[in-house]
Write a protein that binds this ligand. Structure first.
Ligand code: PRP
Length: 208
């Protein structure tokens, strides 16, 4: 049995769609169930940011998670394959009518990704105060909670509708298939087999 942690929402649906194509069977969670067992796999539906935690502690052998979340969590995990789904960017943003004033002694940045944020600004030798938020990050500069934000942009609609602009792109992200190190050695054959099936499927889909 291989346990797979999936992030609730569109990425879980798309990943299950890939499993359905590979095994020519439907992989579907029923109602509000958080566990699905099918064809030798046990799928767990977890919060996006929690996927690396489940895999790191081996509650799941493998998982699917965005590169942004992986970088933020800084856990020792194996990245097996870029699935090319869930594409987004991590950006520095600010209000359209008010650029971030980097001459200030400390710049306030609101984010739900403090590690990525601190790394980015320390590389540039800019002193910042991180204001940790859990959502609606775009609101912070509009009400002077912060000078700028570090956040995820997917379609760009949220920033646009709130009169924010992208100042810098910190990283491009997409969903990766990841593995726990111990599971990778103890279930190497099954995990590598799955990885190569995913890879061939993605190549075929890319050619269509
Ligand atoms: C992310 C991000 C933005 C929004 C961007 O939040 O924090 O608010 O999506 O998407 P857009 O560019 O397509 O408008 P998400 O919806 O993932 O919610 P979360 O704060 O619960 O992680």
């Amino acid at each position: 049995m291989i346990t797979v942690a999936l992030p609730k929402g569109r990425i879980a649906d798309e990943t299950l769609g890939l499993f359905s194509k590979i095994f020519k069977q439907d992989f579907v969670f029923k109602d509000r169930k958080l566990i699905l067992e099918h064809m030798g796999f046990r799928f767990l539906l977890v919060r996006n940011q929690d996927v690396p935690t489940y895999v790191y502690h081996q509650a799941a052998d493998i998982g699917v998670v965005g590169r942004d979340v992986l970088e933020e969590k800084e856990l020792d995990l194996i990245a097996l394959l870029n699935l090319g789904i869930g594409k987004c960017k991590v950006v520095v943003g600010s209000a359209c009518n008010k650029a971030i004033d980097y001459r200030k002694p400390r710049v306030k940045i609101a984010t739900k990704m403090p590690n990525i944020t601190m790394k980015h600004f320390s590389k540039k030798a800019i002193a910042i105060d991180v204001i940790k938020l859990y959502g609606s990050i775009e609101l912070a500069p509009l009400v002077d909670l912060s000078d700028g934000i570090v956040d995820i942009v997917e379609t760009g609609t949220t920033m646009k509708q709130n009169n924010l602009k992208i100042d810098e792109v910190i990283m491009e992200s997409s969903a990766y298939l990841i593995a726990n190190k111990n599971s990778f050695y103890s279930k190497k054959h099954a995990i590598l087999d799955l990885q190569s099936q995913f890879q061939s499927l993605l190549e075929t889909m890319g050619q269509q």
